[in-house]
Design a protein around this ligand. Structure first.
Ligand SMILES: CC(C)(COP(=O)(O)OP(=O)(O)OC[C@H]1O[C@@H](n2cnc3c(N)ncnc32)[C@H](O)[C@@H]1OP(=O)(O)O)[C@@H](O)C(=O)NCCC(=O)NCCS
Length: 261
């Protein structure tokens, strides 16, 4: 859910969609798939949709790429890949029980974060389906780390992806997550060329549902007691936005406003 160019998007420059022939290690979908328990900052247990084999094309990733030109900038924020030096600031939010309440992991320790920062969390680009790009979100004025957003590229065949987001409680209530996720959706639709982007959340996570709705995502499903989540059956809510809905969405307007700032 969950969320991240010099003057962000829309001038055709900072990010690019590259189609190139499959080659070498990029051919196999088993490489670089994200860890379904740790990597998801949203509620996703997915990972479905890729590497199905057969004729689905799922393992024949031809190299769609998302290579943002960092840093990604919005009106008030700067988004860039996380690095080892971010560990203490990340610990301040991902280490808090109340932040992790509806996230698919327990509060993270310094050691867990260090390992993640040495691996998937510092990825700078998406090269194939099954990968996720996590971007740290900092305030332009103070340079403080406010949170992070993530974009999962689930399926090349279905052009499907998902967003996730985690912010420090002190950064709440000011629209930072909305602004960062708007930039992330611009990456997803305008640069990676996705057809549909989802956000999956616990039905009790009102703040997350309000955020998804504020972005202009449509609630498509309420799955009743469909998963055992931290020891109890819980409901999952699925929000989605299609590529054709993106240009008229509130998130797109937020993104456009960032371009003018
Ligand atoms: C989910 C989460 C990111 C939402 O944070 P948030 O602060 O509510 O979202 P935003 O930063 O977009 O701020 C929006 C709020 O600020 C207000 N706001 C103030 N200025 C604003 C502005 N310029 N633009 C938009 N909203 C603004 C909005 O009215 C809104 O308040 P409301 O929800 O009470 O109506 C946050 O609660 C979180 O990180 N939770 C823990 C991790 C988690 O559960 N992640 C989601 C997993 S599915």
């Amino acid at each position: 859910m969950a969320g991240a160019a010099e003057k962000l998007l829309g001038r055709g420059g900072p990010w690019r969609l590259v189609e190139e022939p499959t080659r070498g290690i990029d051919r196999g979908c088993v490489n670089d798939t994200f860890d379904l328990h740790d990597c998801t900052v949203g509620r996703s247990r997915t990972g479905h949709g890729f590497c199905r084999g057969g004729d689905s094309g799922g393992c024949q990733d031809r190299g769609v790429q998302l290579k943002p030109n960092y840093p990604v900038r919005t009106s008030r924020l700067v988004l860039r890949p996380l690095a080892a030096a971010d560990v203490e600031e990340l610990l301040a939010d991902r280490g808090r029980p109340e932040v992790c309440r509806y996230l698919p992991f327990t509060p993270m320790t310094r050691e867990v974060l260090q390992a993640r920062l040495a691996g998937d969390m510092s990825r700078r680009e998406i090269k194939q389906e099954g990968q996720a790009l996590t971007l740290g979100v900092r305030a332009k004025d103070t340079a403080r780390l406010l949170g992070d957003v993530v974009l999962f590229f689930h399926s090349r065949e279905h052009r499907g992806g998902e967003i996730g987001y985690v912010f420090h409680p002190d950064a709440g209530g000011r629209g930072y997550a909305s602004e960062a996720c708007s930039a992330l959706l611009a990456l997803a639709f305008d640069e990676l060329g996705l057809h549909r982007v989802t956000a999956r959340l616990d039905s009790r996570n009102d703040a997350s549902a309000r955020l998804a709705a504020r972005l202009g995502m449509r609630q498509e499903a309420h799955l009743v007691r469909n998963e055992m989540f931290k020891g109890e059956w819980s409901d999952e809510v699925v929000f989605a936005m299609l590529a054709e809905e993106w240009p008229n969405s509130p998130a797109h307007r937020t993104h456009q406003a960032s371009q003018g700032s």
